[in-house]
Structures are given as structure tokens and as C-alpha cells.
Design a protein around this ligand. Structure first.
Ligand code: NDP
Length: 274
């Protein structure tokens, strides 16, 4: 019997089969959990429903994928409609995955000091505030001992040049995790984050993951990058009852990169050979 047998929950942030949310969902469903999925709403004139189809391409044929519905986290009415449907489908839920971030490319690629006011607000709203908004809307559905998980990155803890405005968003997101942890603790609801090493995804490519992959390979103690499956399993673990004593945690799944205080073995490559 899988460790998600009989459990139900929501997966927000699948764009395609390379999405971290999909890696987490695959592990949950393999362990018997049933999931409801979101997709970014399609424009009314988009008859092909491109956004919806990107997600249903993953979920079609998965018996434990119970629904796929539109949800733009910038719109409270979308969030409310999505949660209402989840309530009708599942009654109560055991887990909620928030795997969502966005910043305008111009703001992502500029130095942080040059971030536009409107771009900063939008990036913060979608990438940090949205965790509070979806947690609040899901609250009546969350069972005692339910678990919430978000996806963060090391660039919120330390300056990672190139991550720019998204680093500021991740610092805010990490703080949201801590405050939610305290506030939902009396309901025995846990809140955690996985801080993943770089992975090739749509959002990852926009945030300059290419250079980071070769850096991590040289600097991380394990001497390699992490895989989607490793991040998916760690995320599923934190969403499951196996992690019942863990809340407020930022779990680094990054081959150990975050413990390094120097470039480590990369220095050997930089030293002139004798
Ligand atoms: P994806 O692009 O696959 O996932 C990002 C998701 O956010 C997409 O499904 C996207 O929808 C969704 N999204 C964006 N704006 C909105 C919105 N307004 N409302 C609802 N959904 C929205 O990339 P990842 O899987 O890499 O990203 C998932 C999370 O993991 C992000 O928080 C990211 O910062 C984090 N992360 C990623 C790392 C990496 O290297 N890839 C490393 C560490 C953390 P759509 O595509 O339809 O616009």
C-alpha cells in the first residue's frame, strides 16, 4: 500500500511534464494519492485551449488525476472557484502544493536595483503573496494534519547574481512559510518548502538555469545536479504523513550546494596546473 493511499489534494503549477509540480504529483499518484490540478486560464478566443491542453497532456490516462481547472493566482474569484470545486470533489483535502512563480523577463534579467515598480509588484504577487492567498482559500478544506508545500530557491537566502528580483520574491516566500507555519500550527497543519537545485523547466530557463547547472556540478558536494525525480520524491515526502513532525522547514534538495562557503573543487579548475 502506498503512503498516499486514501489521501486527496491539490497540485498548483503544472505547465508541462518538466514542471516540478508534475514530478511531485507523479510520486503522489504512484503512492495512491488523488490530485486535482490547476492550469493558467486560456484566453476566451483561444479555441485550442493551449494552457489547459499542456496540463491534460500530462494528466490524461491517470486515474488518480481527478480534475484540471483554470486558476490564475492573481484573481481571487479563480481561487475561490477552484477551491469550491475541490470541496465538491474531495470534501476535505490532505495536501496542497504551490509551485508557482513568475516575473516579467525584463525584470528578471535586469539588476535588482533597476526592477520596475509594477514588475516588482507583479512578481511578488504571483510568486509570494499567492501562497498566502491559496492557503487562506484552502483553509476550510484542509484536514487536521494536512500539509502545504511551496517551491523556493537558494537565491532567497543569499545573493545569486542573475536571479535578481526573483531572489527577493523567494525571500518573501520563505518568510510566508514561517508565518503560515505558526498560524496554522494550532490546526495541526504543516507548512514547508523545498529549495531545489536548478532544473530545466519553463520557469527555470527564464531564470537562467543553464549556467547554474554547470556551476552546481562543479561546486555541489555530490558533484552533480539533482533530478526532477529527486525533487519530486522530497516534495511528496513533505506533503505526506511520513513528515508528520516537520513544519516550517526549508529542505534543500540541491546535492549539498547550499552548505558551501567557497567554490570548493571549482578552485582546482581555476588553479594554474604545475
Ligand atoms: P514551470 O514553468 O513548469 O512552473 C511554473 C508554474 O507557475 C507554471 O505552471 C505557470 O503556469 C505557473 N504560473 C505562473 N503564473 C501564474 C499565475 N498567475 N497563476 C497561476 N499559475 C501561474 O517551472 P518550475 O516547475 O521550475 O517552477 C515551479 C516552482 O519551482 C517555481 O516557484 C520556481 O521558482 C521553483 N523553483 C524552480 C527551480 C528550477 O530550477 N526550475 C529551482 C528552485 C525553485 P504557465 O506556465 O501556464 O504560465
Amino acid at each position: 500500500m502506498g503512503y498516499f493511499e486514501g489521501k486527496t489534494g491539490l497540485i498548483l503549477g503544472v505547465a508541462n511534464d518538466r514542471s516540478i509540480a508534475w514530478a511531485v504529483a507523479q510520486e503522489i499518484m504512484a503512492q495512491g494519492g488523488a490530485c486535482g490540478f490547476s492550469h493558467l486560464p486560456d484566453r476566451p478566443d483561444d479555441e485550442k485551449q493551449k494552457n489547459r491542453r499542456r496540463v491534460t497532456k500530462c494528466t490524461d490516462g491517470q486515474p488518480l488525476a481527478k480534475f484540471v481547472l483554470p486558476l490564475d493566482v492573481q484573481r481571487d474569484e479563480d481561487i475561490a472557484r477552484f477551491m469550491e470545486h475541490a470541496g465538491r470533489e474531495f470534501g476535505k483535502i490532505d495536501f496542497l502544493l504551490h509551485s508557482i512563480a513568475f516575473a516579467d523577463r525584463d525584470d528578471l534579467t535586469r539588476d535588482t536595483i533597476e526592477a520596475s515598480r509594477s514588475g516588482f509588484k507583479m512578481a511578488m504577487e504571483i510568486s509570494a503573496y499567492s501562497l498566502l492567498a491559496v492557503a487562506r482559500a484552502a483553509r476550510p478544506l484542509l484536514r487536521e494534519e494536512a500539509s502545504i508545500l511551496t517551491m523556493t530557491y537558494f537565491g532567497g537566502e543569499k545573493c545569486v547574481p542573475g536571479y535578481n528580483v526573483m531572489g527577493v520574491c523567494k525571500a518573501a516566500l520563505d518568510a510566508c512559510v514561517r508565518y503560515l507555519t505558526y498560524e496554522l500550527g494550532p490546526s495541526r497543519i504543516r507548512v514547508n518548502a523545498v529549495s531545489a537545485g536548478p532544473l530545466k523547466t519553463l520557469a527555470g530557463s527564464a531564470a537562467g538555469v543553464g549556467d547554474m547547472l554547470s556551476l552546481y556540478e562543479k561546486v555541489a558536494p555530490l558533484g552533480r545536479n539533482v533530478t526532477h525525480e529527486e525533487v519530486g520524491r522530497a516534495g511528496a515526502f513533505l506533503l505526506s504523513p511520513l513528515a508528520s513532525g516537520i513544519t516550517g522547514e526549508i529542505l534543500h534538495v540541491d546535492a549539498g550546494y547550499n552548505v558551501m562557503g567557497s567554490p570548493g573543487r571549482l578552485l582546482n579548475l581555476l588553479r594554474p596546473q604545475a
